[in-house]
Design a protein around this ligand. Structure first.
Ligand SMILES: Cc1cc2nc3c(=O)[nH]c(=O)nc-3n(C[C@H](O)[C@H](O)[C@H](O)COP(=O)(O)OP(=O)(O)OC[C@H]3O[C@@H](n4cnc5c(N)ncnc54)[C@H](O)[C@@H]3O)c2cc1C
Length: 433
């Protein structure tokens, strides 16, 4: 979310400067309304441009923003905020006649000049249509029961809406803006956002990181669990803890999965897939050795090597996948393992599909202690159960979490109350929408 605040701060600073450089001649409620329309419009447009940038998965932004999964969360919240601001912009515009009922409208002064005045009418009309489309998108996004695969297609069309809004913004921004930092910011946003929208519309997102491959092994280690190993080209490399987008069926499109194996330099990757929805349920029986697949990636910065000497790793259910890759990677270099308590949280012994494999892997790593928790018998794991505390220098262990959001929230709250700094809590998000 820091990313969103930085953009809003840049917009506010540039807008404030524009007011200082070219202050309104008078100050009344009508001027206030006009400025609020402009500010909400510029802020919404800047956020939408940032959303377009995040949508093309720029690898160079992964480190500063904490990985692609977190970038998608920023994309989501920036999107919601941008739509709310666009609707506010539109409602303030619509509210003119209502305001006139209470406060007399001053005699019309000279019209605010815009850059491409001849397109003013069509830019306004297109802007209105876009506001309705954005409102519909907001409802579909917040209504989590709307099927993801349908939502994805509707969501893709937003790149086209963005181009329409770029036209709206460039045509209707006051001409005076273009010679000031606010105009330069708008121009940068429009240029970056439009290029990214064209990349999205032409289906080129992630193309340079896509590998064609073939399924070389399929296993079903437990109920509703599928393990698939794919052979990609020898150029493939990944770090343990990263994820990739797997496409097994062109019509269905890609789905993100953590890579549950370490990189052995042989171009093979393994995905451990739980049937959590329609497609992953169908996939359980659909995949066979020899099937063609496409893998795009790797992405993500879930990497314990950034976490110091004392660590706590917590996996909820299928959230064990990045930890399996870490443990596998450490087998070759056990001395690199920090002092770790690994908590594997499942409902019951029948759900502890990976407990045996984890024990084998931890046997080769003396500094990693494994604990398996059964929530049906012991209740959910709580912050107090972890016994985490700062060392003599006041430094807390780092915590690495992958699993259900509810469990993450619970632990974050418990440990926050005990004084653990929020930055010590690292989470791999298994949801992008
Ligand atoms: C970074 C990351 C790593 C993941 N790693 C694993 C893993 O190792 N093993 C595993 O079993 N699951 C993993 N998941 C979850 C997995 O992606 C979803 O369970 C799967 O995509 C659900 O698809 P579905 O059609 O069966 O379910 P649906 O019921 O259609 O979707 C359930 C939810 O999954 C998400 N989702 C569905 N389709 C997509 C898509 N194409 N792109 C992005 N999100 C989608 C949406 O939030 C949706 O609401 C991971 C998710 C993320 C974001």
């Amino acid at each position: 979310m820091k990313f969103v605040w930085i953009i809003l701060a840049a917009v506010l600073a540039a807008f404030g400067l524009a007011l200082v450089l070219d202050p309104p001649a008078t100050f009344d409620v009508w001027v206030l309304r006009k400025q609020a329309i402009l500010l909400s419009g510029v802020a919404a447009f800047a956020l939408m441009s940032a959303i377009m940038l995040l949508a093309v998965r720029p690898v160079w932004l992964e480190r500063p923003l904490g990985g692609l999964d977190r970038m998608y969360r920023a994309h989501k919240w920036a999107g919601i905020l941008a739509i709310v601001l666009s609707l506010l912009h539109y409602l303030l515009e619509l509210g003119g006649p209502l305001l006139a009922e209470f406060v007399a409208k001053p005699a019309k002064g000279p019209r605010v000049e815009t850059f491409l005045d001849v397109f003013r009418g069509s830019a306004k009309e297109l802007g209105e249509w876009s506001a309705w489309l954005l409102a519909a998108m907001l409802v579909l996004t917040l209504w989590q029961r709307f099927p993801y695969h349908l939502w994805r297609y509707v969501h893709k069309a937003l790149a086209l809406v963005y181009l329409v809004l770029a036209f709206h913004g460039v045509v209707l921004a006051p001409a005076g803006y273009w010679t000031q930092p606010l105009g330069w910011l708008l121009a940068l946003c429009a240029a970056v956002g439009s290029v990214c929208a064209l990349i999205a519309l032409s289906g080129r997102i992630g193309r340079r990181r896509a590998y064609r491959g073939v399924v070389v092994a399929v296993a079903r280690p437990g109920e509703r669990m599928l393990e698939v190993t794919c052979r990609l080209g020898r150029n493939w490399r990944h770090k343990a803890g990263q994820f990739a987008f797997l496409t097994c069926d062109r019509l269905e499109g890609q789905h993100p999965f953590s890579i549950s194996s370490a990189d052995r330099g042989n171009g093979e990757v393994r995905f451990s897939i739980k049937a959590l929805g329609d497609y992953t349920r169908r996939l359980q029986d659909a995949l066979a050795v020899g099937d063609a697949v496409k893998v795009e990636g790797p992405y993500g910065c879930f990497d314990f090597r950034r976490g110091g000497e004392r660590q706590v790793w917590i996996a909820g259910g299928i959230g064990i996948t990045p930890f399996l890759a870490w443990l596998e990677a450490l087998q070759q270099h056990p001395a690199d393992a920090p002092e770790v308590e690994l908590h594997y949280c499942v409902r019951s012994p029948a759900d502890a599909i990976y407990a045996g494999r984890l024990r084998e892997l931890c046997d080769g790593l003396p500094s990693v202690a494994l604990k398996v928790h059964y929530s049906a018998e012991e209740g959910y794991l709580r912050g107090d159960d972890l016994g985490m505390a700062p060392d003599a220098d006041g430094r807390w262990p780092s915590l690495w979490f992958c699993g259900p959001q509810g469990l993450a929230d619970l632990l974050r709250r418990d440990l926050g109350r005990r004084g653990m700094p929020a930055r010590n809590f690292h989470q791999e998000a298994f949801r992008m929408r």
